[in-house]
Design a protein around this ligand. Sequence first.
Ligand SMILES: [Zn+2]
Ligand SMILES: [Zn+2]
Length: 858
Amino acid sequence: MSEVSKEYNFASIEEKWVDKWQPSAYYFDWDSKKPQYIIDTPPPYPTGNFHIGNALNWCYIDFVARYKRMRGYNVMFPQGWDCHGLPTEVKVEETYHITKNQVPRDEFRRLCEQLTMQAIERFHQSMGRLGLSIDWSNEYVTMKPEYYVRTQKSFVRMYENGQIYQAEHPVNWCPRCGTAIAFAEVEYDSRTTNLNYMRFLAEDGCVEIATTRPELLPACVAVAVNPEDERYRKYIGKEVRVPLFDYPVPVFADPAVDPNFGTGIVMICTFGDRQDVRWWMEHHLPLRQALDREGKLTEIAGPYTGLSTEEAKKRIIQDMQDKGIVFKQEPLDQNVGLCWRCKTPIEILSGRQWFVRIDPEEIKKTSEEIEWVPPHMQVRLKNWADSVEWDWCISRQRIFATPIPVWYCRRCGEPLVAEEKWLPLDPTRTSPPVKCRCGSDEFVPERDVLDTWMDSSISALAVAGWPDRADMRMPTQLRPQGHDIIRTWAFYTILRSKALTGMKPWDTILINGMALGEDGHKMSKSLNNFIRPEEVFETNGADALRQWAAMGGAPGNDIMFQWKEITAASRFQQKLWSIYRFSALLMAKTSEAPGQVDRWLLGELDSLIEATTKAMDHFQFDEAIKAIRAFAWEVLADNYIELVKARLYGSDGPEKRAAQNTLYTAIETLMRLMAPIAPFLSEEIYHSMMKESVHLQSWPETSGTAVDPEGLAIKEIAAALRRYKAERGLALNAPLPGIVVYHPSILETTDLQGVANSAVESRTGKPEIELKPVAVRPQMKILGPRFKDRAGKIIKALSAMSPVGIERQRASGQIRVEVEGETVDVPTEAVEVVVETLSAGEAVDVLNVGSATVLVRR
Ligand SMILES: [Zn+2]
Ligand SMILES: [Zn+2]
């Protein structure tokens, strides 16, 4: 075996293995007879760079993938890229200083694709360097026709089943992004605004109404009061006139009106909020659209047409104040819906959009068939399902997305949905190969595109081979994902999987936490707590970052990035390397039967295998790495190796060969247990021992060795002897005059002799021990004050007496001495008797160690 360097050189070793590992080792085998384990890996948005949060989540996936491979599963760890969507469009607009409407649609799409491919390449680099065992034969890119043909097929099938429909319906709208968005994409934040009190004219006088959105006055279609509210009962069924715009609207009663808010009368606009939509539907109110798609006021706003909502609000309030219509303003804290991408307040606009039907009960029922890790995360999905009021709006008024494969007849307006065999296609580039039912062959393409969640919500289906493979592999086994996208990705995937295959998408969903900065806040460049994975690769290597991820705690918890954890990981790697360096020339695979101490270690190794297996099965990676560290550091290095050094360095024989084999077994097993978490270090050590990749090996099985009680006793006796020497200031290798160990059974003494550097004899049973008083030490500080000038004489008398006699008196509670013919009572605490321990007449020190008694000759 060649010389092993003293320092673990993580940089060169990790880079070497990145180059050497064959990607094909991780390919899923569609023909394998092994049980499948398919992971529905998150497809990230390829914008920006692979960050620490990604690294954390992908480490978890890689731990599972590597572990399951070793457990004999046919594992698929695919990697997809969720390319479409606004972040990339915005990035292109920023990069080229354009807006999407300033360049042709195709050119804009080309720029988005180019930017995406560059980002994917950067992600590839980082993922490779992190040592992820991704199955690149199952990579998918949602913007490519090979993938979006599936999204389009799913659209066509769900349309044909009646699960997708087009309708005129209010939707959440981001005026900045210029597109409809789904409820799941609306975030709420509190803002302070003004509640404006104003007067509406009624038949007899006026009614007072408070609103936060006076700019929506031209969209007012009714006012409502609570039926129990005595104050306003007389107005129900009558009309009032909208101020400034001067047209009549009805007054109706609805129990949802809060009589304590404002004046107790609400103005209903199309649409100020979700409640307006509910009332609009229940009471069949007309639609007055006062805002256009850019958030500007429409013609019905008369003199305010074309103004932004902000300007219109200011001007309308001003005009109403001038006319005495607004008579009071007070500040109000309000929850405002924001676009999750750009944080612009959303509006609710009605328009013709495409929708996916949502059946909340079916989604909740399906979620029951899935194992949630940790279980409490399931509540988030159920709560969301219960709060959904409208179907999922899937049409977007953007460009970089999967085209909706639909045209409209120019003559009769009928929509024509593409047939599956025509797909993939972009209706803005291709005409349908058939005529409309009315005979016309002139069509207008659907220019709206699909919500990007329509692509990613079929990720499980896509990796399982839907829709083309006859041997489709649904359900998949694992969905790892963040808790921030339970209401989107998890919810939509369950919905789509059920709609398209009738099956749950996965057996288990594993929710991981977010990576926080060292200050406990979300990592961000502006907070200056941002760490790039590459920084850690350079300073401590990928395995150290992976160990930090493993140490992060139970799934679902957010975890802080901590350099001290990275340092601890590096220190552990160096420790393992030192163990290996020491062992490399001494260990050997032999068939020698293990001795007592070896069986103790092999028993501990079995416990480690059990603990690590259990932890990995339950995604408790922190438990796994803690158990491994404790074994390597305390059991193997501090105890076993120290115990067996004498045998390893000694002359050849059964005892030496047993230790060589035990050490070999321990290190070989440890490397296999470490392989999922620290693939580089374990490969380096395993490969140099076995000339094979550790990542092609099976997971360690327990050998059935129980911890040997004799071996355990020897380990504890060795520790007691080390303490004994330390307490007496003796060097650890200082020889002792002789050691006799009494234990219920005979112990093997070679290792103890080695550790104590002394002769050790093992006997069964208990030693005969005699305690012999050998000297008397009168205590002057008690005798002096008590007996004054007689103290000297008392001490002299005590010293003349036999220690055995004094001890006998002391035990009876009273010591009497004769001084000048007089009997004096001396308190027992005034005399200390020195006792020596004797065994077979020899002076010894006694160490009680569990069921063993150790006599050390003095
Ligand atoms: Zn937006
Ligand atoms: Zn037609």
